[in-house]
Ligand binder design. Structure first.
Ligand code: FES
Length: 561
């Protein structure tokens, strides 16, 4: 296998000429022959002016490059698709697979011996892992790190849990526009990813648990010196991997690693989005992510991490409180400690050498959990034959078993047009249904599952209702919200057949979500159902034709294995 600059030569039918040309261009950029004979580490940067969560990515790429050079290899920084949650129309999830394909194809095409994947904002780390697993190149993830918590009038604020809380109070009329404006400046006070246990924090923690980062890399704040040191160490380690030719991602990912990820996802009360991403990541390695096992793991795993939105603290407190290996130590009887990591150590080696001190308030001991029950449950039933998810840790307990009449919104547009209408026929007992918001229907399965409480109910003091959909929900959100219903309505799933007034029964204890309508009536409705039109062209067309359902990870059906 050719290494460094000699690898993956452009095909001119004359390899020596291809190398002569390649070296010539780099000599033109000022490189010496000695530098060009070194192993090469690609440093994949997701810096973009449209991605404020990654505002430090260029600085991290510099620190990684320093580490690569210190270890005797040559770093090359290169760009890829960069996705920010608030800057990707209609939703960044639509573009996750595009980013994964970009990562895979560029890693395959460029003359690299190893690659460092810098990412953070929600879809980036999943896309990078999906691409790197498919490319099977030695790869190490460097999360950009989280923001510091904001401080406003005596309260610590966290994006985006407090963005949602303040916005809901403003909609309900209990917070003035002036008060909201003052808090606005403090909601995202530094560069970095959302500092609560949202999807970005969850995926950083899961990347480390799967074995794809250096120990402690998930939690260091974006603007801390720890983060820069971790970046330098990541560069050093990537250079070693470039020389050795491994480990490659398929040496790291395994059923045991995925099960460890399930344990940590439950124990951190992480984002439900991780279920979709883990299924896609597993699929790239030819593995199946087992949602039934995830549910079983949850029944046995208490929530120990006291971070918003389920708890009180922020990522910087998790870092100062002992970081992720300290949580692994608390969970050691639940984890497979023999699972390998890119660092060359097994999870158990890291736990054994990690400093003993742990902040018991942030990382609770097993006998004093934040929540003794599971954080996330997987439902099935005649409304969700391929499954659905509910984040019990973010739900109102009395609503997790509830029966009520359906109020159906047929699309995101329908929802936006009617939700605040004063004549909307809604009561707090209704179950609000949003459909055609899944992978094909929306498209891209946006984070619209936490439907807003109708204004008139919000003004009357209602703060939560049962809401069900084929959409996703931000990891920073809360409420009694059933998500990821599969198959989705646009694929002909039973959600497409629900009508206003139908009785829906949610029973989280029994893991059931059922539509109480006769099968003969449903058969009539099914016969009358028509699939929505697909986009006419381009990436959206490819997406609508080849995306899998939520339980399979919403990857393209031709990219697995
Ligand atoms: Fe980027 Fe939350 S919007 S991590």
């Amino acid at each position: 296998m050719k290494k460094g600059l000699r690898s993956r030569l452009a095909q001119y039918g004359d390899e020596e000429f291809a190398l002569f040309l390649r070296r010539g261009f780099l000599k033109g950029a000022g490189f010496t022959d000695e530098a060009l004979d070194r192993p090469i580490v690609g440093v994949l940067s997701t810096a973009s002016d449209f991605n404020p969560c990654h505002a430090t990515a260029a600085r991290l790429a510099d620190a990684v490059s320093r580490g690569v050079r210190l270890a005797g290899a040559l770093p090359f920084v290169f760009p890829t698709v960069s996705l920010h949650e608030a800057f990707s129309f209609p939703t960044s999830m639509l573009l996750r697979n595009l980013m994964a394909m970009d990562v895979e194809e560029m890693v395959r095409a460029l003359p690299l011996d190893a690659v460092v994947l810098i990412g953070g904002c929600d879809k980036s780390i999943p896309a990078e892992l999906m691409g790197a697993i498919s490319a099977d190149m030695p790869a190490i993830v460097l999360p950009v790190g989280s923001m510091l918590a904001g401080r406003h009038e005596g309260t610590r604020l966290g994006a985006c849990t407090d963005c949602r809380r303040l916005w809901a109070a403003f909609r309900a009329g209990s917070l003035s526009g002036a008060d909201l404006d003052r808090a606005h400046d403090q909601l995202m006070p530094t560069a970095g990813t959302c500092m609560v246990m949202g999807t970005a924090s969850t995926m950083a923690v899961l990347a480390e648990t799967l074995g794809f980062t250096l120990p402690g890399a998930a939690t260091a704040p974006a603007v801390s010196s720890d983060r820069i040191r971790i970046a330098e160490a990541t560069g050093r380690r990537a250079a070693e991997m470039a020389v050795k030719g491994g480990p490659v991602p398929r040496d790291i990912i395994s059923e045991a690693a995925l099960r460890n990820a399930s344990v940590v996802l439950q124990a951190t009360s992480g984002s439900t989005n991780a279920l979709v991403h883990l299924a896609a990541i597993a699929g790239r390695a030819g593995l199946a992510y087992d949602l039934a096992e995830f549910d079983r793991v949850g029944r046995d795993t208490p929530v120990l991490l006291n971070l918003k939105p389920a708890g009180n603290f922020f990522m910087e407190d998790f870092h100062a409180g002992g970081s992720l290996p300290a949580l692994w130590r608390r969970l050691k009887d639940h984890l497979d400690l023999a699972a390998p990591t890119v660092n060359g150590e097994r999870l158990g080696d890291i736990v054994a050498r990690w400093p003993a001190w742990t902040d018991d308030e942030v990382i609770r001991p097993l006998d004093r959990p934040i929540c003794a029950a599971e954080a996330i449950a997987i439902l099935s039933g005649n409304l969700a034959p391929q499954g659905a998810a509910i984040k019990l840790a973010a739900a109102t307990p009395r609503l997790t078993t509830h029966q009520g009449p359906a109020l159906v919104f047929d699309s995101l547009k329908d929802l936006a047009e009617r939700i605040d209408h004063p004549d909307l026929p809604v009561t707090p007992d209704h179950i609000m249904v949003l459909r055609n918001a899944g992978p094909i229907g929306a498209p891209g399965m946006p984070e619209a599952g936490a439907l807003p409480i109708p204004k008139k109910l919000g003004a009357a003091g209602v703060t939560d209702m049962v809401r069900i959909s084929d959409a996703r929900m931000s990891g920073t959100a809360f409420g009694t919200v059933v998500l990821h219903i599969a198959p989705e309505a646009a694929a002909g799933g039973p959600l497409a057949l629900v009508r206003d007034g139908d009785i829906i029964a949610l029973d989280s204890k029994k893991r059931r979500l059922d539509l109480q309508v006769d099968e003969s009536e449903l058969a009539k409705r099914r016969a009358a159902w028509k699939a929505p039109d697909k986009p006419a062209r381009g990436y959206a067309r490819l997406y609508a034709e080849r995306v899998t359902q939520a339980d399979k990870g919403c990857d393209f059906d031709f990219l697995g294995g």
